[in-house]
Ligand binder design. Structure first.
Ligand code: SF4
Length: 232
């Protein structure tokens, strides 16, 4: 995996949120992040309201947990930036995990060791596929880099089922996340919007459906590809 930070300006870092668009549909990612088009539907509007509500909280502390909301994130290795909905710092006695990696940090002005755990809020229910967990893992990789600590797991709170589910950041998920981060930069650098999905059920839930026009464009994919290739 390329360390993107070593080859690009920070202005070229891409948003972590782009990962979930990309995994859902590469055309959606291109429409939002290359063409800067956005349309809300019920699902995206509910998600935005929930995120705004979480980010507007101020820092909170309890005896054994401290909360940071809307924390800015960056990974020079993956060339990504973003925000964590919530980072919980939990008091711990262990500075290392069973593999001997650092898992805890010191917080300024507070005694003891604190283990970070990222919590992402989603208004819907758990999705089939990798988009939510890859997004969370990318946030964790950013925070690991920023704090020089190992983060073994995070959590996603799903509003529709009102449950918080844990996510393990194992090797497999980390590799997938690196793969998608690399793909994100490749598609962005390509700079062209790819053709729509063909008769795909994802389109019915996609807020960009009216602008993307997958039903109109689907018959012309071969023409589109031919035209794109001829330009190069
Ligand atoms: S409408 Fe379908 S093809 Fe178009 S961006 Fe959405 S998911 Fe992708």
């Amino acid at each position: 995996m390329i360390s993107y930070g070593s080859i690009m300006n920070e202005d070229d870092y891409l948003s972590i949120s782009g990962l979930s668009h990309l995994i859902f549909c590469e055309r959606r990612f291109a429409l939002v992040h290359i063409e800067q088009i956005w349309v809300d539907n019920q699902y995206t509007a509910e998600g935005s309201i929930l995120h705004e509500r979480v980010h507007s909280n101020s820092a909170e502390s309890r005896r054994n947990v401290r909360y940071a909301f809307g924390l800015s994130l960056i990974s020079r290795r993956l060339g990504l930036i973003g925000k964590a909905d919530t980072v919980e710092f939990r008091r711990t006695d262990n500075s290392k995990n069973i593999s001997g990696n650092n898992v805890a940090i010191q917080l300024s002005g507070v005694q003891g060791l604190w283990q970070p755990l990222i919590v992402e809020y989603k208004s819907g229910s758990p999705k089939i596929g990798d988009s939510n967990i890859v997004q969370l893992c990318a946030q964790a990789i950013c925070l690991e880099e920023m704090l020089n600590v190992n983060i073994d797991q995070g959590a996603i709170f799903y509003g529709k089922i009102r449950k918080r589910l844990n996510v393990e950041f194992d090797e497999n998920l980390r590799k997938k996340t690196e793969h998608y981060a690399e793909r994100l930069h490749t598609v962005f650098r390509f700079g062209k919007t790819v053709p729509p999905l063909k008769n795909d059920k994802r389109c019915k839930k996609c807020s960009l459906y009216p602008l993307c026009m997958p039903d109109v464009l689907k018959d012309n994919i071969e023409d589109y590809l031919y035209r794109s290739l001829s330009k190069d």
